[in-house]
Write a protein that binds this ligand. Structure first.
Ligand SMILES: N[C@H](CCC[C@H](N)C(=O)O)C(=O)O
Length: 269
């Protein structure tokens, strides 16, 4: 079975080609692979009857999740090159996503629409509920409070801060990740609005910790910023590992993510 180690803006993945052989790792095996290959997520490509591929996603802690934007871009690049098609479709638990080539070697993924926050959607997937009462630190003077909450097929809590470098993210991230407000846990974004078209972002990922970039986190931060009128609907996201451009199109309410993909190595097991 072919295995690729790739990254999207530094967000690192081990991608297993399970289209002709089954690959269903235990949580322990996922943790071991993630440690050995220094991957934030483990990805399995499976045959899909209607789409170019079905993509399964495990976080480094062994938990299986339903969305991973940067990995979708990496898988998109693999399939675009393999098929020669101008657009490929990738099915995940959460959604059917489309990937296509953008300018200067970048890859764009249509990440679908952010989940709107209606009553019947569990709180962890509520859209931009600024009233979410999450307080971290001393009650009378919390270090973090009132995140914007949105789902891109996975839950995100986004704190808008003056300077992301002022926050001890490895200390604060886990306190929000497993806060009782989020029954399935949540990814935690620390977003600093630079101007109406630029956001500096760091993300403590559910089940993976502080990563160099988080694609769904970048989508979540842009959607929340635009809804709060802090930025335009399209912005450059500056992450530790690189830049992503997120465009939440008015015309179809879908979020388009564009960014770099790097092939680190390919091997067989
Ligand atoms: N790095 C991924 C996000 C993984 C999300 C995962 N940590 C979760 O539990 O939802 C991305 O580029 O979208």
């Amino acid at each position: 079975m072919k295995v690729w180690k790739m990254n999207g803006a530094g967000n690192a993945f081990a991608i297993f080609d399970a289209r002709s052989t089954s690959f269903v790792p235990s949580a322990d095996q996922v943790r071991q692979i993630a440690e050995d290959l220094k991957a934030d997520q483990i990805i399995a490509l499976e045959r899909d009857v209607a789409r170019d591929v079905f993509m399964r996603i495990w976080n480094a802690d062994g938990s299986e999740v339903s969305a991973c934007g940067n990995a979708t871009r990496c898988v998109g690049k693999l399939l675009l090159e393999e098929t020669g098609k101008s657009q490929v479709t990738i099915q995940t638990e959460a959604d059917m996503l489309k990937a296509f080539n953008a300018d200067n070697g970048l890859i764009t993924v249509d990440m679908g629409s952010p989940l709107m926050g209606w009553e019947d959607i569990p709180l962890s997937e509520k859209m931009d509920v600024r009233g979410v009462d999450v307080k971290i630190g001393p009650m009378d003077n919390p270090i973090l409070s009132r995140p914007a909450v949105v789902s891109m097929g996975n839950p995100h809590a986004v704190f808008f801060v003056k300077d992301v470098d002022d926050y001890d993210i490895p200390a604060l991230g886990p306190l929000v990740e497993w806060h009782p407000t989020f029954p399935e846990g949540t990814n935690v974004g620390f977003a600093q609005v630079i101007d109406r078209n630029t956001i500096r972002l760091r993300v403590w990922e559910r089940g993976a910790g502080l990563t160099k970039a988080c694609g769904t986190g970048a989508c979540a931060a842009l959607v929340c910023a635009a809804r709060a009128k802090l930025t335009a609907r399209k912005a450059k996201m500056i992450l530790d590992g690189g830049e992503l451009t997120i465009d939440w199109r008015e015309s179809d309410d879908r979020v388009y993510m564009t960014g770099p993909v790097e092939m680190e190595f390919e091997t067989e097991i």
